[in-house]
Design a protein around this ligand. Sequence first.
Ligand code: ASP
Length: 333
Amino acid sequence: MKRRTFIQNASLSGVGLVAGAAAIGCNNKTESNVPVDAAGKEAVLPVVIATWNVHDATAKAWEVLEEGRSALDAIEAGCRVEEANAEGQSVGIGGLPDRDGNVTLDACIMDKDGNYGSVVYLQDIKHPISVARKVMEDTPHVMLAGAGARQFALESGFEAEDLLTEKSRKAWEKWKETSEYKPIINIENHDTIGMLAIDANGDIAGGCTTSGLAYKMAGRVGDSPIIGAGLFVDNEIGGATATGLGEEVLKTVGSFLIVELMRQGKSPQQACKEAIQRIVAKNDNIDNFQIGYIAVNKKGEVGYYGLQEGFWVTKYQEGKNENSASDYYNKKS
Ligand code: ASP
């Protein structure tokens, strides 16, 4: 399908559903979830949104949607683009290691039916998002960790490879010269890919993949692979995902909070902002860390908000793949 036809088809498929959908917020077991509002206006679908400047990843996800495939397929394909990018030092191969020099990856994925799969502290496997999907689809569990996750990945056909690139090894060696073995908490180290997509059918999926906090303690796991913290999707309401200092996102269960705020009627933007404000309220010093949230609701409306300046998002909607700087809380004025 060509891009324009795809958008038209998405729209037309919505028209066909209007009769069955009285208002925004459809039953997620129906054949299609493309909602209309009270005035009969259809959702602007499909949409892909991701944390940071990840044009190639959102383009890949959009391409998958153009092929008529699901939001879940789009999320996996989009996240894999950044995981395979050895130049990126925050996701997949090339990710900055922990303080001992080990690259350990976390990822999770969630589908329209509320299914969820996750891997934490996974080593040697470039595509944790795909392993997370396999956990979701092929096991009776939702989360596998460390050696068990690695074993499952190998048994599922993934190849083991050294994920510590020369560039990241050098960065780690340099960090060791000056650091006192404390995690560095600054915004440059936070570049998790969180991605949300709604397909032409109106179904939502999300994914989140990261190498975590650079130079973290061995064994540390952040928010990114944890349901409700780094990612949450409810196909009746919307989805949310996070980037930044995982400890703070975990303590406020940020992504679940955002979806629940949207359920109460807040827009994605209002919900992301309130989730940041919860973190602000619990911290005396908010100057030394970054958090960024993105969200999408069933209408295809998106929102994004950061704690600090410098949080960027990439959105692919209505055929346009665009970066935007997020509004943020900690304005020094
Ligand atoms: N949220 C990630 C974590 O805490 C870090 C990041 O966004 O880079 O593991």
